[in-house]
Ligand binder design. Sequence first.
Ligand code: NAP
Ligand code: ZN
Length: 340
Amino acid sequence: MPTMRAVQVSRPGGPLELVERPVPDPGAGSVRIKVQACGICHSDAMTKEGHWPGIEYPRVPGHEVIGVIDAVGRDVPARWQPGQRVGVGWHAWHCGSCDTCRRGDFFACQTGVQVTGISFDGGYADFAVAPAAALAVVPEELASPDAAPLMCAGVTTFNALRNSGARPGDLVAVLGIGGLGHLGVQYAARMGFRTAAIARGTDKEPLARQLGATQYIDSKATDPAAELVKLGGAKVVLATVTDGPAMAATVGGLAPHGRLMVLGAAGPMEVSPIPLIMGRRAIEGWYSGTSIDSQDTLAFSVQAGVRSMNEAYTLEKAAEAYDRMLSGKARFRVVLTTGN
Ligand SMILES: NC(=O)c1ccc[n+]([C@@H]2O[C@H](COP(=O)([O-])OP(=O)(O)OC[C@H]3O[C@@H](n4cnc5c(N)ncnc54)[C@H](OP(=O)(O)O)[C@@H]3O)[C@@H](O)[C@H]2O)c1
Ligand SMILES: [Zn+2]
């Protein structure tokens, strides 16, 4: 039986281990992808630490997968063929027909939500099997390591911004300049928003400005809400930080009808209702998007010249690469490459 390299977690909180595993076969409705690159997202901590309910271990993380289809299972639409380069993101399959899905609460689907790298193995491996419904076509112009982070960090920020209600010329602030945030700044600037970057310290200021931010707010040295008010108030704050209080600290900087879009999976935050009431401000959560949203993200990135800034690591160094992501020192996305 042919084998492959894979990096797996064997128990909640356990290490990332490089192992040999049989190459998986695609079941009905799925394809097998020869993985070329896979980004490391902060949400991979859900697999690593077992924060998502009901994960079956061992599990291979990774939901920013780019590679080439090398086998096609039964009942896969004919548009998916071996040799095509495709991407797979945080694909959250849900049944769409149970009572909770019909109410729009997909993550409570009674059949069980299926998420890449959480409920089935992801892209920290030479091969990954993915549902055909999760596939996005990758444009020729994008190298695989450049495309990988766009499958989660990219689509999440792009899709949140294009659904945020902000219009060209509005002030949009991106809170947290990491994997998601550095792409959020680029998308916001390319969509025509007056773009402010908010991060702690001054370290990230030059890069944030290079990526398109015209304003930079150091949340350690100043009150970010007061700084946003000085700029006229933000129509949208795109919150990519992993910290609830840091999100709450920006609410006072929203313009009337402004919206805090919560992307970061953070702990609780405490917000006074008064600024929400007086000015009809809103707080809204957002999660990534569909495979078509991913294709839109890839196409827009080519058209507008948005690129992820990456630090590449080989698959063997996945544990080191993951720690680098957690350290907050990566500029800005850590990407595993397989050499395939
Ligand atoms: N909603 C979705 O669909 C979705 C999709 C992908 C990811 N996520 C979530 O989004 C979050 C970000 O993911 P990521 O991959 O971008 O992580 P990341 O690369 O680790 O970036 C997180 C950034 O947040 C910054 N940060 C943390 N606490 C902060 C604070 N108190 N003030 C200012 N900045 C702070 C960190 O800055 P420092 O360098 O200063 O530490 C870091 O740059 C994670 O919670 C992830 O699980 C959600
Ligand atoms: Zn992610």
